[in-house]
Design a protein around this ligand. Structure first.
Ligand code: FAD
Length: 412
């Protein structure tokens, strides 16, 4: 009989784990309780955090060669159909904060400035609170990458908003309007006029508005003859909606079962010692049983790890106990740690000095980003594996979550 694997969490790590386990013939169920980090992130697809890439490139005086993707990761990305992860490095994304930053890959709705040289990029003005084409053009033009490549940015009057409510609606709602082919053609006409009015350009940069069910930028670019794409925003991009749509389609295509529910505990051996794991879901009396469980519940930002300092709940006196201020958000027989294996500087009965260790400094990752379940590879406890941002000390990036997800799915 096929092994039964229960994947808890439907971010990118859970997706990769489910895909990998299904490829090996396992019977897979994915259970999740809603949005995690993957759905909040902006569509940059990194393997190592981009600040580290930039720092290393500065030290070496050149771009780093990109590590190739493992064949399974490339195959998963192809089936998901959302990302462009080129063989060579060189993707450069424009952020709405006015920086140009490197990335290993991107959601295909985002504009890649990496291949542009000595050209100008149009930025249509739009009366939306988070979009200031003039300020953005000025800041991007001042970025060292733009100066080195001779990129200029030109704010232009192009009516890219069609209805009055589009000044206020959320990015995701505006993006969803461009899933409609008629509306996309309307935008195409406006962008064509903008290009003609400006006497041509090398690319067009828009806000995060180009599709909620799938990236629509390439369809525009193919018909306009110049790259078009979104700027990267910090959190809450429609890239998350595009991920969720792509994920649901892929899970259905590979035959993984899907359940919605919040897991409250993992553990216990339903068939006796060494005979599988049981999973308790909130509001359900009968636990689920599986041969193995993969915890892909995210880190601190995704809800898998919670900040729970012992002084919380303390009365007027000291906390009743000392200890680390983090906990797994579900009950499970696993141990937490951070990048160094256990929690760093412990200076008081409250545990680590959070104001010292929480934030990254130099080469040292911040505890807030590195705390997670301690694993041997991806193994957390008998029958329990972990993947993605749930694992202690791993880079909090999309491609790292893919790597550990694929491995957990294979080893489960
Ligand atoms: C704002 C932001 C910006 C980012 N920017 C970048 C970037 O530019 N480049 C990059 O590479 N990475 C970026 N990241 C990091 C990257 O998105 C994450 O490292 C990666 O998505 C983690 O994926 P995951 O599957 O491990 O976790 P998540 O995506 O967090 O998934 C966790 C899943 O578990 C579910 N879950 C949690 N608890 C339970 C429970 N008790 N029961 C059932 N389900 C549960 C959640 O609902 C969710 O489905 C960013 C993250 C954030 C938040």
């Amino acid at each position: 009989m096929a092994r039964s694997i229960l994947v808890i969490g439907a971010g990118v790590a859970g997706l990769a784990a489910a895909w990998s386990a299904r490829r090996r013939g396992a019977q897979v169920t994915v259970i999740s309780a809603g949005v995690g980090e993957t759905a909040l992130a902006g569509g940059a697809v990194d393997d190592v955090p981009w600040e580290q890439v930039e720092r290393a490139a500065r030290l070496l005086g050149s771009d780093l060669p990109a590590g190739d993707l493992a064949p399974a990761a490339r195959q998963l990305a192809a089936e998901l159909g959302l990302w462009d992860v080129p063989q060579a490095s060189g993707v450069r994304l424009a952020t709405v904060a006015g920086r140009i930053r490197p990335a290993r890959g991107r959601d295909r709705a985002l504009l890649d400035l990496g291949s542009l040289r000595r050209t100008r990029v149009l930025i249509p003005r739009a009366a939306r609170a988070a979009w200031d084409a003039d300020a953005l053009a000025e800041a991007l033009a001042d970025d060292p990458f733009a100066r080195a490549r001779g990129l200029r940015f030109l704010p232009v009057d192009a009516p890219v908003l069609r209805f009055d409510d589009e000044r206020q609606i959320a990015d995701g709602d505006l993006a969803a309007r461009h899933d409609d082919p008629a509306r996309l053609s309307w935008l195409l006409d406006r962008l064509r006029q903008a290009l003609e009015g400006a006497g041509g350009a090398g690319a067009i940069l828009l806000g995060p508005w180009l599709g909620a069910r799938a990236p629509r930028a390439e369809a525009l670019a193919a018909r306009l003859g110049v790259p078009v794409g979104e700027a990267l925003i910090g959190a809450g991009s429609p890239a998350g909606l595009r991920f969720e749509a792509g994920r649901d389609a892929l899970l259905a295509a590979i035959g993984a079962a899907r359940r919605h529910g919040r897991v409250r505990a993992v553990g216990g051996e339903p068939g006796g010692p060494g005979e599988g794991v049981s999973v308790h879901v909130e509001g359900e009396d009968v636990p689920l049983a599986a041969d193995a469980v993969i915890l892909a519940i995210g880190g601190l930002a995704g809800g898998g790890i919670v900040y729970a300092p012992p002084e919380r709940g303390a009365g007027p006196d000291l906390a009743a106990r000392g200890g680390a201020p983090f906990a797994l958000s579900i009950e499970a027989p696993v141990t937490l740690g951070d990048a160094r294996g256990a929690f760093g500087v412990v200076s008081s009965m409250q545990g680590p000095e959070l104001d010292v260790v929480a934030w990254p400094r130099g080469e040292r990752p911040g505890a807030l980003e590195s705390v997670g379940v301690r694993c041997e590879g991806v193994r957390a406890a008998p029958g329990i594996l972990a993947a993605g941002a749930t694992i202690a000390g791993r880079a909090r990036t999309v491609l790292d979550a893919v790597t550990t997800g694929l491995r957990a799915g294979a080893e489960a």
